[in-house]
Design a protein around this ligand. Structure first.
Ligand SMILES: C[S@@+](CC[C@H](N)C(=O)[O-])C[C@H]1O[C@@H](n2cnc3c(N)ncnc32)[C@H](O)[C@@H]1O
Length: 408
């Protein structure tokens, strides 16, 4: 684990005197560092990065803020019990002893997600079942009734984490995964996960200081994430009041409203003065993208084009291009090899040195046809697919040559 501290010139939230506790933000492979940076910016302390997770400390305001604004977190968990258990009976007994009635409403619903490693608990499902039994038995014996299980939309979501004989129970403060931003009213065949899109932008260095272009934008996830960052729109602005912590007994509505208002006041408070453009060959997908943009009220800030990417040049001036071409996994393209080779030619001949291009793909065979060497490769995971985010640095392209009146 790497311990992180805020750099000296990083503007962070002021420390507060409210009680602090440990939290764990879950994320995707190789997004841990960008998530740690987001948490530092909002005043998190004692940050350590792990695998797909970042541990940190803060108070309830930070828990609300992290849920509302973190672009690269999937969930914010709060550990609330840990103990050792050498067999299932010890697991049951220790779970039974926890005063669950202080956390769960007897008329509420709950579910347990579990991960186990080591030789004692080899089946995570059984460990979760034993934990559930201990919780409901405690309620039945003390109150004559018990909360029910709901795996779809529970009031309380718990994570049971067992490594060897060490057991940690955490409560999920986010509820539904934070990639469910609420802005995608309409999606194409293969929309990219919103947290992955936000993470790709951060890895690509999107700092709201140049134009942005996605030549294969689909339903517009990368465009919307880029624009939300550019206009300081909190990651969960469109989600509505749907967070797990709202069901907690310690939930303080006034405090939550004050954190939300603080963040909402920053919207539009930016000197971003660049273009954000999207393009896609599929008219239906572009109209889905349009309806997402209208829903987010970003339609006036993002320009869309319909057509094959080689017929649309990027905006003039310094431009970051981040795109998610078809992989051939979920989208069948007649000749993926041809598509990647045309993509490479377009980058080389039409984009020029003002442009920096990043693309994510899992199709390593088709990628060989791009005819360009990536200057950076970052392993990422898109659902079950192993992917690479690749950076291409471009030199003077035909756009510049055309401007000089030269021919190729
Ligand atoms: C994996 S999807 C992109 C999904 C998008 N990132 C999203 O979140 O919705 C790939 C997109 O490439 C588009 N596409 C395929 N061939 C194209 C081409 N020659 N020119 C432009 N777009 C193309 C498809 O229509 C599809 O929308």
């Amino acid at each position: 684990m790497i311990v992180r501290k805020a750099s000296l010139n990083t503007p962070v939230q002021q420390p507060s005197s409210a009680p602090k506790f440990k939290m764990v933000a879950k994320t995707m492979l190789n997004l841990e560092d960008v998530l740690a940076e987001e948490l530092i910016q909002m005043g998190a302390e004692n940050i350590t990065t792990g695998v797909r997770a970042v541990e940190f400390e803060g108070d309830m305001r930070l828990l609300y803020r992290a849920n509302y604004t973190c672009r690269t977190a999937l969930a914010i968990l709060k550990p609330f019990a840990s103990f050792d258990a050498n067999d299932e009976q010890q697991l049951y007994d220790n779970v039974y002893r926890i005063p669950w009635e202080k956390t769960i409403d007897v008329d509420g619903t709950f579910m347990i997600d579990s991960t186990t490693s080591g030789e004692i608990f080899t089946h995570s499902y059984y460990a979760a079942l034993k934990t559930k039994d201990a919780i409901v038995d405690r309620f039945r014996r003390n109150f004559g009734k018990r909360p029910s299980i709901d795996t779809e939309n529970p009031d309380y979501k718990f994570n049971l984490h067992i490594h060897d004989n060490h057991v940690t129970l955490l409560i999920n403060s986010s509820g539904d995964s934070l990639h469910k931003r609420g802005y995608r009213q309409s999606v194409g065949i293969a929309p990219i996960n919103e947290v992955l899109a936000a993470g790709m932008l951060k890895l690509a260095g999107w700092n709201n200081d140049r134009n942005f272009y996605d030549p294969m934008c689909g339903s517009g996830t990368l465009l919307i994430e880029a624009a939300m960052s550019a206009y300081n729109i909190p990651a969960q602005y469109y989600r509505g009041n749907r967070f797990g912590f709202m069901k907690w007994k310690e939930f303080n509505l006034g405090e939550w409203k004050s954190v939300k208002a603080e963040e909402d006041r920053k919207i539009g408070n930016t000197d971003f003065d660049y273009e954000i453009w999207g393009n896609d060959i599929d008219e239906v997908v572009i109209s889905q993208c349009e309806s997402n943009l209208e829903y987010t009220k970003l339609h006036k800030d993002i320009m869309l084009h319909v057509g094959s990417f080689e017929h649309q040049d990027p905006p003039e001036g310094k431009t970051l291009i981040v795109t998610n071409p078809p992989y051939g996994e979920r989208i069948k393209v007649e000749d993926l090899n041809k598509l990647y080779s045309t993509l490479g030619d377009t980058f080389k001949n039409q984009y020029g040195k003002d442009c920096e291009v990043w693309l994510i793909t899992s199709d390593f065979e088709a990628m060989k046809n791009i005819g360009l060497h990536p200057s950076k490769k970052i392993a990422l995971q898109n659902g079950a697919l192993d992917c690479r985010l690749l950076k291409f640095e471009l030199y003077e392209g035909s756009r510049k040559k055309k401007a000089k009146g030269e021919t190729e």
